[in-house]
Design a protein around this ligand. Structure first.
Ligand SMILES: NC(=O)c1ccc[n+]([C@@H]2O[C@H](COP(=O)([O-])OP(=O)(O)OC[C@H]3O[C@@H](n4cnc5c(N)ncnc54)[C@H](O)[C@@H]3O)[C@@H](O)[C@H]2O)c1
Ligand SMILES: [Zn+2]
Length: 421
């Protein structure tokens, strides 16, 4: 007590510290087949030289490969040090798994029933929604059980699979309940993507275009040049695009200095303020990857109008997205309600509104205000560009098919429309 003024002595200690973490990413061709050792060696044995393992899979996958669970079980059985503590289980795929508290309880009960501890492993095979739901349960049980993610959508392999978050929907709000938690390992396996519909397959590449625009002009050119190959699921182009995309996301998380999003900016969310709103406005009829394509198409144009982002790069972005058969516009963008997306974006992070935009490819900038007039202009410009392509498609469809177009034929908008779904 300081006798002169009667106040007690106050002591403050502000000690910053960091927690060492390892992010493990593996890229495989068939991890449930010949590449299984890649997974097996990630499962370090604990007490009694045994690694205890539980497996959860997305029902969507089983429609494509009914034998998938048995294959996992057979592979695990070949390793005496790996103990599958109960039969692999299936969860409904898509957003519904994140909406149902009974499913989270079910996963937690299974973790409790099987006596998993912090040295046990939960392997989850599925789309981003199943990864999120199982990841959330794994993160809160015993304050964190080792989670091995096997993402099975292009979106999750290009982006969210290596993310350090999980969440479920609560109070009718998306991702309201969740934690930051680094997965033990992530395995991007090519074969697991085979069962995706063309629509879902193409969705993941809008995130690749987004991260290329933010960080890597060479990768952006690659996507521009190979977008048609990717759209027709060419193995090499797909592999390269997913690999570069996931590495850029991983680099941002591990070296960007803010993995747990404590700052007001969320740089990887370029194009996402309108995307999130559009998903909600369309009752999720527009997929996340499609909404991101639209959001990116609008925000590159806005970046051009307000920050001098080159017009040629705007056009290349639109072209790339369209050749990927992704939409670049939506009728609901004309609705004033879309701008509520800005405020919702601010609320989610707290603090000032912060939107990441572009001065050039690879040169992002955070802005704290959006000029709504310029944004409406950007939206109108994108719809106009999309309408031109649509019109060309209609007239091309009315024309007789050319018999032979000759070598070295230049790309036109009509090429882009082939097989659109
Ligand atoms: N945690 C994060 O950092 C993060 C980041 C971005 C998005 N997300 C979340 O990810 C979710 C979206 O994930 P998504 O886009 O991967 O799709 P999804 O998980 O919603 O899956 C879409 C559909 O595809 C099916 N499916 C999945 N893989 C399949 C396959 N290989 N073959 C056939 N069908 C398959 C699923 O059953 C589902 O019906 C959202 O809930 C979003 O909030 C999380
Ligand atoms: Zn996204």
């Amino acid at each position: 007590m300081d006798k002169s003024n009667g106040r007690s002595e106050i002591v403050r200690y502000d000690i910053s510290f960091s927690v060492p973490m390892v992010h493990r990413l593996r890229i495989t061709g068939d991890v449930l087949g010949p590449d299984f050792p890649v997974l097996a060696e990630l499962l370090e044995p604990g007490d009694n030289d045994v690694a205890r393992v539980q497996v959860w899979a997305d029902a969507g996958l089983l429609e494509w490969d009914a034998d998938l669970l048995r294959r996992v079980e057979r592979q695990l059985a070949r390793y005496p040090q790996l103990d599958l503590v109960s039969p692999a289980e299936v969860l409904p795929g898509g957003e519904s798994v994140k909406n149902d508290p009974a499913i989270i309880d079910h996963i937690l009960e299974a973790i409790h029933r099987d006596d998993l501890d912090r040295r046990s492993y939960i392997i989850v095979i599925g789309g981003g929604a199943v990864l999120d739901a199982v990841g959330y349960a794994a993160a809160i049980a015993h304050r964190g059980i080792r989670l091995v993610r096997l993402p099975t959508t292009t979106l999750a392999q290009a982006d969210s699979g290596v993310g350090v978050k999980n969440a479920v929907n609560w109070f009718n709000k998306k991702n309201w309940k969740g934690t930051f938690a680094t997965p033990w390992a992530v395995i991007n396996d090519e074969r697991l993507l085979q069962g995706l519909s063309d629509r879902d397959f193409r969705c993941g590449f809008s995130e690749a275009v987004k991260v290329a625009l933010l960080k890597d002009a060479v990768f952006f050119n690659y996507l521009h040049q190979h977008s048609q190959d990717i759209a027709r699921r060419d193995a090499e182009a797909t592999r390269e695009a997913l690999r570069r995309s996931v590495l850029l996301h991983l680099d941002h998380i591990t070296r960007g200095g803010d993995p747990f999003e404590t700052r007001e900016a969320r740089p990887l969310d370029f194009g996402h303020w309108s995307a999130h709103k559009l998903e909600a406005m369309t009752q999720y009829e527009v997929r996340h990857g499609e909404a991101v394509a639209i959001g990116v198409a609008v925000d590159v144009m806005y970046s051009h109008l307000r920050l001098g982002f080159p017009l040629q790069a705007v056009k290349q972005t639109w072209e790339t997205l369209q050749r990927l058969h992704l939409p670049i516009t939506h009728a609901m963008l004309d609705d004033q309600v879309i701008f509520e997306g800005l405020e919702e974006f601010r609320q989610h992070l707290g603090g000032r509104l912060t939107i990441t935009l572009l001065r050039d490819i690879g040169r992002s900038v955070d802005v704290h205000e959006i000029d709504l007039g310029a944004m409406k202009e950007a939206i109108a410009a994108v719809s106009e560009a999309a309408a031109v392509v649509a019109e060309e498609e209609v007239s091309a469809a009315a024309m007789p098919a050319p018999s032979y177009s000759g070598p070295g034929k230049k790309l036109s908008a009509t090429d882009i429309s082939d097989g659109r779904q």
